[in-house]
Design a protein. Structure first.
Length: 549
């Protein structure tokens, strides 16, 4: 396995040679130093020692320096990445101990602990105020994290490449809070974290943080731990909740097999509310046929929720080919804001190539936003109208086809499917195909409706997202299982912060026929404000990556 030792450097000219000299010789071949615009000769000293050097033109901070360290190591093909300060505060001789659990496959992240019994931090020169702050903060964080580590503030760390690709570290803080965010991401993501005893050594040349900055760091570290505790608690609560429906008798369904578990035993949750023939307009993104659906059923074995469509798979695909959605661009500004938010999240992950393929692109708004942010973007869309409109209006690389059949000419760093997975007849097979075309270091980004949301539970069969073009409905649990079966691991699950004009929400939400909706509709003739809708929790953004083999 390729081990890279990264050094985030600032004014390390006097200590760099000693640090490198004490590093075991077999680890000296792959050393990367990132000089954070040091005013001394740090970069020159590193070059003279034969170290690979990356220089920042301006100071990016401790967290910003680490981002460059890890991204550079990953680009060089590292399997394990070590963080070693070049100020000689942490003993380089301890690096083999640090990486041993990673090499044996027993950990995803390790860090050196100065309080695990191998040495006395005070005798080693640790300033008393730092000792006290470290002890108090570690105790509080352990309580919040539910852990029992002896220290949570060591700057000597090591990670597997798989772990670094699983966390959005490029979006973390640029300052000292970066380390706390990395640890919180590891714990909340269920990664294996191991602490390794290391000696303590403080010298006159060791880097230090001012008292005021230390207090800010402690405050932020505790806040990060508290936020992680709240998020983890919320997720457990959602998993425990059992969604109740109106269970009714269900006529036998010929040849309907659950795409998640393969069972054919179903229970009816919501009887159909749509009796008219299926219209092509129902397959438009902005369809007004909300809360009109076929029978909604749950798999009696795994619980996956699906609909029982009255038309064949071929008819479904043909409707998507023929659909025209002129209203889609009426909310162009709001959609662009949402798409930019998604692109910003994608930019937080270290992917091998900044190229993406989007399936279900509609007229290519997301492709346009991603291209403007530096991604090489290719789109696939079944609607002939949408492909022609997108090419003419935005000049994007948009191609007619479906996720099941279109041959991708590249191995992208990201595959994007926004509001698509619930529309395909076999989402498990689609995820399998995505796994075949996605770069091994890439990410899968998708959004989908969540039947576990508060809004869904409150409105039952009248939930607006129960429509005939939606063939499957997911919860966090069912989607996680389907991703796992396709060789992916889920690494992000977020509410999508969308906002739309009040008139559009009334139309899309099916409230226009209610007395409240009619009154509000009259109001929008004179005043049509944009309303945040993300708090309903109906739409979730999911980021997943190929699981380590």
């Amino acid at each position: 396995m390729r081990v890279y030792v990264t050094m985030p450097a600032f004014r390390a000219e006097r200590t760099l040679e000693r640090t490198l000299r004490d590093l075991p010789s077999r680890l000296q071949e792959n050393v990367i130093l990132v000089d954070d615009a040091s005013p001394d000769g740090t970069a020159r000293a590193a070059i003279s020692l034969g170290i690979k050097v990356v220089q920042h033109e301006e100071n990016k901070g401790y967290g910003g320096n680490q981002k460059t360290c890890y991204r550079t190591a990953l680009d060089h093909g590292a399997d394990i990445v070590v963080l070693l300060h070049p100020d000689y505060q942490y003993d380089p001789k301890a690096v083999p101990l640090l990486i041993a659990p990673l090499l044996s496959g027993d950990a995803d992240m390790t860090f050196g602990s100065r309080f695990a019994g191998i040495s006395d931090p005070i005798a080693g020169g640790m300033p008393p105020y730092r000792y006290i702050g470290n002890r108090v903060t570690t105790i509080v964080q352990n309580v919040l994290f539910g852990t029992r580590f002896s220290e949570l503030h060591s700057g000597m760390r090591a990670y597997t490449a798989e772990f670094l690709r699983s966390v959005p570290f490029l979006g973390f803080h640029e300052g000292f809070e970066f380390d706390s965010q990395m640890l919180a991401a590891a714990i909340s993501g269920g990664h294996r974290v191991v602490e390794v005893p290391i000696p303590t050594r403080y010298t006159a040349d060791s880097s230090s943080i001012a008292v005021g900055a230390s207090l800010r760091y402690v405050t932020h570290a505790i806040a990060i731990a508290a936020r992680t505790r709240l998020q983890r608690g919320g997720r457990r609560a959602r998993r425990r909740h059992h969604i109740e429906g109106t269970v009714a008798a269900l006529e036998p369904i010929d040849d309907k097999i659950c795409v998640l578990c393969g069972a054919s035993d179903w229970r009816l949750i919501y009887p159909r509310t749509a009796n008219d023939p299926v219209a092509t307009s129902e397959f438009a993104c902005t369809t007004s046929a909300v809360s009109l659906h076929d029978d909604i059923v749950d798999c009696a074995v795994c619980g996956l929720r699906s609909s029982v469509p009255k038309i064949s798979d071929e008819e479904i695909i043909q409707n998507y080919r023929e659909v025209v959605d002129q209203e889609y661009l009426s909310e162009e500004a709001a959609r662009r804001e949402t798409f930019q938010w998604i692109v910003d999240i994608m930019d937080e992950f270290a992917v091998g190539e900044r190229s993406l393929v989007e399936f279900g692109s509609n007229v290519g708004l997301f492709l346009d936003v991603a291209s403007n942010s530096g991604w090489k973007a290719l789109g696939v869309e079944p609607s002939r109208w949408a492909v022609e409109e997108g090419r003419a209006r935005f000049g994007v690389d948009l191609n007619e086809g479906t996720v099941e059949s279109y041959e991708i000419p590249i191995e992208p760093g990201a595959v994007v499917m926004l509001d698509l997975l619930e529309h395909v007849t076999n989402p498990a097979a689609v995820l399998d195909r995505i796994g075949d075309i996605l770069n091994a270091t890439g990410i899968l980004v998708l959004s989908t409706v969540d039947t576990g949301s508060l809004h869904s539970r409150a409105r039952g069969a009248r939930w607006p997202w129960y429509i005939r073009s939606h063939l499957h409905y997911f919860t966090r649990n069912s989607l996680t299982q389907m991703l796992h079966a396709a060789g992916f691991e889920l690494i992000e699950w977020r509410d999508v912060p969308r906002s739309f004009r009040l008139s559009y929400i009334l139309h899309k939400g099916g409230w226009e026929t209610t007395w409240f909706g009619r009154m509000a509709r009259r109001l929008t003739r004179w005043f049509d404000p944009r309303i945040p809708a993300g708090w309903l929790g109906d739409i979730k953004l999911v980021v997943a990556r190929p699981a380590p083999r």
